[in-house]
Design a protein around this ligand. Structure first.
Ligand code: AVJ
Ligand code: FE
Length: 438
């Protein structure tokens, strides 16, 4: 990056502050008794996330970068995600909400002092402010996790936001992505995480991908056609899970055929047919695609559709170019508490005409989460490496709950194929026949 040290410091301080305001908004929205409660065995109590983001910031910015004394070494064990599964976290002797707030604020004061003295040279951990960027993305990732916890909570609604923008253009059908090589993975992305690297050239045969994510109305047609009862559309594992978990509609849908509503952050409303479907697991996405005579895109296909510029052959940072996301480009950053209707972001479309690849819903791909060739863990194995080969699936593109700082067209998310408490949707793809590629 060609920014001055002062500029970088200013950018980092602003992003740290934005992340903390988001954390505080999500945790101040409910009273303390709710912060310590577990709303689902899939999720931590919010008070755990609150102190965990502070603990990671202490480990990386205060101790590692700053070379300073521990603030609270005794907390490392409690807030280590690998020591305690989420379901066990409410039983731990966690900091109280006030203690957690004070702890994270104390760490932040020290991190800002470390920032004011940081040199950003020599040390790869500090180049372009990477360690700060990593901690900022970490806090924003937990902000999305905390938003998913809010979605699982019952009781009086605690969060509010304006409705998403209306559709501006009609978007339907599929777009052809011509076959050929493209550069996959992060090249010049200063805050790209280890699993996005190294970039390499991948040859992707021609394929078609949907111009938009699958909508609620489209998904309801699959249900109406008996999709959940027809084993033909499901993979063997998918069918076994569909039976065991008794799936019959996306999570948070209520009612029945013809009269669906959905519950979002404690408010029930009629299902918006033109919004991307959200809260489906990988197996549901896969079954829909098979029913539709299609398939899920691979991770490489998704990234080529999102980044490849047919005019220059270059890979962009985002579908619309290299410019950071704004409110015109994508539904990101918890500005709205739902996906936006298909067609709401024409300014965010790719050169080939694929819309809403970034924002709205995370999109399941058919690819397992594995290392790119030449991968090196950086700076810690537990971010990505320990999850490679764990049969988790890659999701791409970010959701309405994802912050822009933790979202780009090379960004890789992953989860178990049964998970649907996350803001997950999908779009379909298919091979191009030889006569279709010319
Ligand atoms: C990349 C979203 C799968 O939440 O498990 C947070 C991000 N890693 N703290 C997760 C993460 C460590 C991670 N995901
Ligand atoms: Fe974490």
């Amino acid at each position: 990056m060609t920014v001055t040290t002062d500029q970088l410091r200013e950018d980092v301080a602003r992003e740290l502050d934005r992340a903390r305001r988001r954390t505080r908004a999500l945790t101040d929205a409910v009273d303390d008794s709710e912060l310590v409660r577990q709303h689902s065995p899939l999720m931590s109590p919010l008070v755990w996330d609150l102190a965990h983001v502070g603990n990671q910031e202490e480990l990386w910015l205060v101790r590692e970068v700053g070379g300073r004394e521990a603030v609270r070494r005794d907390l490392d064990e409690l807030y280590d995600a690998f020591r305690h599964a989420r379901r066990e976290r409410p039983g731990l002797p966690l900091l109280s909400p006030d203690e957690a707030r004070r702890y994270s604020t104390g760490v932040r004061d020290q991190a800002l002092d470390v920032l004011s003295r940081a040199r950003f040279e020599g040390d790869p951990l500090l180049a372009d402010g990477f360690a700060f960027g990593m901690v900022i993305q970490h806090e924003q990732q937990h902000a999305e996790t905390m938003l998913a916890t809010h979605q699982l909570r019952s009781g009086v609604p605690a969060l509010a936001a304006g409705p998403p923008p209306a559709a501006l253009v009609p978007v339907a059908g599929e777009v052809l992505v011509p076959g050929g090589p493209f550069s996959m993975g992060a090249e010049v992305e200063p805050w790209a995480l280890d699993n996005e690297r190294p970039s390499r050239v991948v040859d992707v045969p021609g394929f078609f991908i949907d111009a938009a994510p699958v909508t609620n109305a489209q998904y309801a047609a699959f249900i109406a056609d008996g999709g959940y009862g027809d084993e033909r559309w499901w993979s063997p594992e998918g069918w076994a899970h569909r039976q065991a978990a008794d799936l019959s509609a996306p999570m948070h849908w209520r009612g029945a055929e013809g009269g669906w509503s959905c519950v979002q952050f404690g408010r029930e409303a009629p299902l918006a047919g033109d919004q991307p479907v959200v809260h489906v697991c990988f197996y549901e996405a896969e079954a829909y695609a098979t029913w539709a005579g299609r398939r899920l895109p691979t991770e490489a296909e998704w990234e080529k559709a999102a980044r490849w510029d047919p005019l220059t052959g270059r890979s962009r940072r985002y579908p619309w170019g290299d410019e950071a996301p704004t409110a015109r480009h994508a539904n990101l950053g918890q500005r709205h508490l739902s996906p936006a209707p298909v067609g709401a972001y024409p300014a965010g479309a790719s050169p080939l005409g694929a819309h809403q690849l970034i924002g709205d819903v995370w999109e399941w791909t058919s690819s397992p989460f594995v290392a790119y060739p030449g991968f090196a863990p950086f700076p810690y194995r537990e971010y990505s490496e320990v999850f490679f080969g764990s049969r988790q699936k890659v999701l791409r593109g970010g959701s309405f709950g994802t912050d822009a700082v933790a979202c780009r067209a090379s960004f890789r998310n992953w989860d178990h194929p049964i998970r649907r408490q996350i803001f997950s949707g999908f779009r379909c793809a298919r091979d191009a026949r030889p006569d279709e590629v010319r």
